[in-house]
Design a protein around this ligand. Structure first.
Ligand SMILES: [Zn+2]
Length: 150
């Protein structure tokens, strides 16, 4: 994949997950961006690794991260400047869910109050459950009413 419609420098993006027997065997992702003044040799070196970029999960499985970077960047003598632990974190919050409920609008909120007397909203990303009482929904309904200007 190449970024073409933005003002970003020429870039190569590769993401992949290798699944076997319903288990993740390897996964990886890489973004390579050309800095101003990148040499033709550097571009050719990256193009020479194109096949490995296409099969990033296979490359990660075979070489692991420490081996994959030199393999992918072959003659470029990559230098590792920083290592960070990756972690999964969701930035959902009660405030964000409240704003989402408000955008449903007056009609939808009124319906929730009348028929369910409250609401439970599950975050699609982290499965955290947010519960709203009828009273809380009425507060959100008031906010939605103000927003709709009626
Ligand atoms: Zn979440």
């Amino acid at each position: 994949m190449y970024f073409t419609a933005s003002e970003q420098p020429p870039s190569v993006v590769s993401l992949g997950v290798l699944v076997s027997d319903e288990k993740v065997e390897s996964a990886g992702g890489l973004i390579v961006q050309l800095m101003p003044g990148a040499s033709e040799a550097a571009i050719q070196s990256i193009e020479g690794s194109a096949g490995m970029f296409m099969d990033i999960s296979g490359t990660m499985k075979e070489y692991h991260l420490d081996g994959a970077v030199p393999q992918l960047l072959m003659q470029l003598q990559p230098e590792i400047l920083e290592r960070r632990e990756t972690k999964y974190a969701c930035d959902c919050s009660r405030g964000r869910i409240e704003r989402a409920l408000i955008t449903l609008g007056k009609e939808e909120l009124s319906d929730m109050i009348a028929t369910q007397h409250g609401a439970q909203v599950d975050c699609h990303f982290c499965n955290k459950r947010y519960s709203f009482s009828e009273e809380e929904l009425k507060t959100l309904l008031a906010a939605a009413t103000v927003q709709e200007g009626q």
